[in-house]
Write a protein that binds this ligand. Structure first.
Ligand code: HEC
Length: 139
């Protein structure tokens, strides 16, 4: 039988995925900064941030890049200079990587752990490296 998902079913699946993400607060990072490519394209990262890719939702759907906090996620204006001060012992790059692939590891103050939790699976390491390069430009 050929599987065919209608829009309401897809929306429902997205909701269920979102709920699962809420409970998944102990997820550990699947890889480290050392595993990321060193050639990075901040422009490609910006595009990914704004548009997402396939099953990976756009970061912009929950974050803006100004000082205002979005409805779901914190505003990421200034994150490039603040990331290195968030968690003791984590460099800016490490903090940003962990925020993307293991968002439950450190929860931004005032927020709940409801960031999309499957970017480690849905984005390539190159795409993650590119988006980190872009975030580092947000000062
Ligand atoms: C479904 C909504 C959602 C999406 C999509 C999302 N985020 Fe988040 N993000 C959140 C929430 C909620 C938090 C705060 C809780 C936490 O820290 O996990 C957060 C936290 C963060 C933080 C930590 C901010 C700080 O001030 O310390 C970073 C960095 C971040 N997200 C980057 C991204 C990037 C990059 C993407 C896209 C690849 C993305 N997010 C996609 C909701 C989202």
């Amino acid at each position: 039988m050929k599987m065919h998902y209608s829009w309401p079913v897809l929306i429902l699946m997205t909701l269920v995925l979102g709920l699962t993400a809420c409970e998944d607060d102990s997820k550990e990072a699947a890889f480290t900064v050392a595993d990321l490519p060193t050639e990075r394209d901040a422009e490609a990262g910006k595009e990914l941030f704004e548009k997402g890719d396939g099953d990976a939702p756009a970061c912009k759907s929950c974050h803006n890049t100004g000082s205002e906090d979005g409805a779901t996620g914190p505003g990421l204006g200034g994150i490039g200079s603040e990331a290195g001060n968030r968690v003791d012992g984590e460099s800016a790059e490490e903090y940003l990587l962990n925020s993307i692939i293991a968002p439950g590891k450190h929860i931004a103050e005032g927020y709940r752990n409801n960031m999309f939790s499957k970017y480690d699976d849905k984005l390539s390491k190159q795409q993650i490296a590119d988006v980190i390069a872009y975030l580092l430009t947000l000062n």
